[in-house]
Design a protein around this ligand. Structure first.
Ligand code: NDP
Length: 450
């Protein structure tokens, strides 16, 4: 059946909002993609004739389950768990698990939707999914985290598999949590295969996986600057967050001879005007990865400034790397960055910049790399971990890093090819959205009405 040719974005998003009430983050993510895809679909009616946009914005399924577990004092808790399996058109479902008190269905649907386009951009065979729980691991003992992970996996196991759906980590889910989750899956299934990625090296993990998202974001930034005849050396960079993505973004920036002046957590921002030294970085990594400490301790040890309850965006910089969480950089923050002469904003996190902030960057000629392109390094190396597991062998650090670099170069090229503005500027957001869309949409057309 042919569909109306006068596609109307506002009407489309209003319909989506009616069908998915109280899911603000999901509406935001869909609107952001559709803003670029709509004009393209108007010129390519084969997509609208097969209702590709309506089909692409409805997840294949959302699984919701209760997670019952017992804390160290014998108190029983009931948390909620989800797995959003959005699209497996181009490969098995793939996407992280997030454990954070803020987790709800809207956030997981936004993340799973974004993941479809991100995974498509990588060129690897991976569909889009996301999952998690409103459980907060902060302040919980190792045994409590283990019991929670075991209870969570008991509920999730029927829905995942190495050729079906392969979860990974995300906020609050690092190596410790993936290990507990994998242990429980193995116990339930009595099999040993790559059903999760981000595993420890001793049981099927990949070298460079924990570094991949942060490193990849810096590789992408390098490519953006190279295209302008510039480089990272000597550039002042602000980074937000101090978790997995932020830490390895900082490490690669230091290796690239950039000056990193901030990191943050939900308590506030560390500001080091002269730039982080390697000694400071090593201490930070140990504090966050091993001791699960807070940034206040770091400030005390090194006698540096700690700005409580504040974000890094008022600090002057050449490049900004938001690596903490969604909507952490708003229009006011963007205005401060622009006022201080920022040249590029590169998203290590998913959707950290609000639409108003992105619009300001665009109108002021600031290079803007959306998360679905810039942070795709993490899922790319997850894809490489799956390949190594299937082959039952492990590649060297150099091999994985070189594949990661190549994938990030290719993503950058696709963004440039699809994102050329008549003005000569590259609209990386449009480039990423269109390049990601076309691969999935063409596969949907080829596969018929499913
Ligand atoms: P982590 O849990 O390792 O770290 C998150 C960091 O962000 C912590 O420092 C946390 O501080 C901080 N943070 C969380 N919420 C807030 C807030 N409201 N205000 C200020 N700081 C906050 O997560 P990751 O590093 O894995 O993920 C960060 C982002 O990157 C997320 O958007 C995630 O979806 C995205 N991403 C992650 C990938 C990965 O491979 N890990 C891949 C692609 C994207 P605190 O400890 O105080 O909570």
């Amino acid at each position: 059946m042919s569909r109306p040719h006068h596609l109307d974005l506002d009407r489309f998003v209003r319909g989506l909002a009616r069908r998915n009430p109280a899911q603000a983050e999901f509406h935001q993510a869909v609107r952001e993609v559709m803003h670029d895809v709509f004009p393209f679909v108007r010129e390519n009616l084969r997509y609208s004739e097969q209702a590709i946009l309506e089909r692409m914005t409805e997840p294949d399924r959302v699984v919701i389950f209760r997670v019952t577990w017992e804390d160290d004092r014998g108190r029983v808790h009931a948390h909620r768990g989800w797995r959003v399996q959005f699209s497996n058109t181009i490969g098995p479902y793939k996407g992280g698990l997030r454990f954070h008190r803020s987790v709800n269905q809207s956030i997981l649907k936004f993340l799973a939707f974004e993941q479809i386009f991100k995974n498509s951009l990588t060129g690897l065979p991976m569909g889009g999914a996301k999952g998690g729980s409103n459980f907060d691991p902060h302040g919980r003992s190792d045994r409590e985290v283990m019991r929670f992970c075991q209870a969570f996996m008991t509920q999730l196991a029927p829905y995942i598999g190495e050729d079906t759906d392969v979860p990974a980590g995300d906020m609050g889910v690092g190596s410790r949590e993936i290990s507990y989750l994998f242990g429980q899956w193995r116990r339930l299934e009595n099999r040993f295969v790559g059903v999760l990625t981000g595993k420890d090296l001793s049981f099927g993990g990949s070298l460079i996986r924990k570094e991949a998202t942060g490193y990849g974001a810096v590789y992408f930034a390098e490519d953006m600057l190279t295209l302008r005849g510039d480089s990272l050396a000597g550039k002042t960079c602000t980074v937000s967050g101090s978790g997995n993505v932020a830490l390895y973004c900082v490490e690669k920036l230091l290796q690239s001879e950039a000056r990193v002046v901030t990191v943050s957590d939900s308590d506030g921002t560390i500001y080091v005007p002269q730039g982080f030294t390697w000694e400071m970085f090593d201490h930070l990594k140990d504090l966050k990865e091993k001791r699960r400490g807070r940034l206040g301790e770091f400030a005390e040890k090194f006698g540096v400034e700690f700005r409580g309850q504040s974000r890094p965006w008022s600090v002057p910089c050449d490049l900004a790397f938001p690596c903490a969480t969604q909507n952490e950089l708003n229009a006011e923050d963007a205005a401060a960055l622009v006022g201080n002469g920022v040249q590029a904003v590169v998203e290590g996190a998913n959707m950290p910049c609000t639409p108003e902030a992105v619009e300001l960057f665009r109108t002021k000629g600031v290079l803007y790399a959306p998360g679905k392109a810039a942070n795709a390094g993490g899922v790319s190396v997850s894809g490489l971990e799956q390949s190594q597991n299937s082959l039952r062998l492990s590649w060297s650090r150099e091999e994985v890093d070189s594949r990661l670099r190549t994938i990030m170069h290719e993503i950058h090229k696709k963004c440039v090819a699809y994102g050329q503005d008549p003005s000569g500027m590259i609209n990386y957001q449009r480039g990423a959205n269109l390049a990601g869309f076309v691969r999935v949409a063409d596969a949907m057309l080829a596969q018929g009405l499913v």
